[in-house]
Design a protein around this ligand. Sequence first.
Ligand code: AMP
Length: 190
Amino acid sequence: MSKLNIVLFGPPGAGKGTQSEFLIKQYDLVHLSTGDLLRAEIKAETELGLAARELMDQGELVADHIVIGMIRNKMEAFNDAAGFIFDGFPRTEAQAKALDAMLNAKSEPIVAMLSLEVPDEELVKRLLERGKSSGRVDDQDEVTARKRISVYAKETAPLKEYYKAQGKYKAIDGVGSIADITGRLTKALG
Ligand code: AMP
């Protein structure tokens, strides 16, 4: 059976992590979040974690080769998965191309790029709210929240065109109850 490889796309605070939790259960997928993987490296105080920390705290992107390498390792470790849900990756065109190359080599391409669409002011509100409980440095203040949203707009949002050109881009309204949004994602996956 062909694999259900999905890119769950959207700005910081769009609900990618929350919705991934549902999708992995529903479709038996493996969740690959580069943000989670990087935070685990920081917690374990690895060299990679130390190198990434400052950039993450400031809302800047970590170097492409670092996140591509992490994704490659995880995909190899979960070779038998029914599919992957990529969350927070790819964030640049170089990452999208590297992901396509890895998946196409196995004839297991991305089947859909689901893009959660949420207005900027709602994102800022959600990020600051999350910051109260998550302990994430990058969610603590409005300046960093806005910085991450602007990095997304500049570096990452153009990937919509990349996936549109492949006929895989699907915009999903990311405002509403968690259950409503889950319903929209499920419907988009057919
Ligand atoms: P996230 O949890 O997806 O919001 O990611 C938190 C931070 O980790 C981002 O602001 C970046 O600094 C870094 N990061 C996560 N994923 C990537 C990626 N694919 N490319 C570059 N940096 C990333």
